[in-house]
Design a protein. Sequence first.
Length: 319
Amino acid sequence: MKAAAIDRFGPPAVLTLHSLPVPQPGPTEVLIALYSAGVGVWDASVRDGSWQPYGRTKFPLIPGTDGAGIVVAKGARVRNVRLGERVWACDYANPKGGFYAEYVAVNVQHAGRVPKHLDLLQAGAAPTTGLTALQGIDEKLQVRRGEMVLIFGASGGVGTLAVQFARRKKANVICTASGRAAATLVRKLGAEEVLDARGENAFERLRALAPNGIDAVLALAGGDALERCLDLVNPDGRVAYPNGVEPEPRRRSRLRIVSYDAMNGPRQFANLGRAASEARLQVPIAGIFPLAQAAKAHERIERGHIVGRIALRILRGDR
Ligand SMILES: NC(=O)c1ccc[n+]([C@@H]2O[C@H](COP(=O)([O-])OP(=O)(O)OC[C@H]3O[C@@H](n4cnc5c(N)ncnc54)[C@H](OP(=O)(O)O)[C@@H]3O)[C@@H](O)[C@H]2O)c1
């Protein structure tokens, strides 16, 4: 099969098209013919070696933590998934290789059925970010109807989905986003108010928009601008951020600040499928690259200001 892989850690150029054996599914695994894969900011850290979730790395290494496609083979103990089914999957350190490939073999526990309303391009760009967004809003923050919620860094991969999950809970959603395109997108996704966290008077604007304070914050970026916003969180308010956000938010005595990693088990995939269908989740795609141009996708990731998520298109055809 074709796969975008690395033979050593380094800059985007180390990511090249390889011809590698199709992985064979073990008893509890499904083999997915991938239609698309997501590209995340954390993939750049896998590629340059600054984050090694696989432990001792064996090369060639195929990056990619998520994707979607069709089940083409399965292990003897897999009962709940049929051949030909559309699935999405997420795995941070898949022992049989990542998702920048024509095929991936993953434990069936780390996969779920794609909601009907999503095509396979959107679905491939959603699992890691969707699990992260949903668990932030529903589990870590336990957002409730009528609460004032701030999504800090709302125009990126996780944020664009978190806005929709917060609206599903009927919260009042304020977002930070920079630039007109990003602001327009997050408004379309359900944000009631949008402000540029790094803009002039951001603190005063936020205070005017939330005169009774903020109940919960999902922080998808850190730094001075976030710290100023956190001054407006109500006593006993909640703040959650996925590990990887840097600098990490400063601890404060009166706020409950939790960090987390997105979980990818059967319960989490069932929750994601249900929430995505209920919210009629839209997955904004900021750019699509063919598998052979994965290096270009990484160059794009490293330039920053991605409005939505970058995706690799692997197989053609609308399924
Ligand atoms: N542990 C886990 O399970 C897990 C899973 C997924 C993601 N993550 C982490 O979660 C974070 C978000 O992921 P993502 O995919 O959404 O990233 P992303 O697409 O790069 O989005 C980051 C967002 O933060 C904004 N931002 C960046 N720096 C900022 C600053 N100084 N002030 C205000 N806003 C700023 C960006 O807006 P601009 O475009 O305006 O800069 C963008 O909207 C990353 O750190 C990632 O590593 C962790």
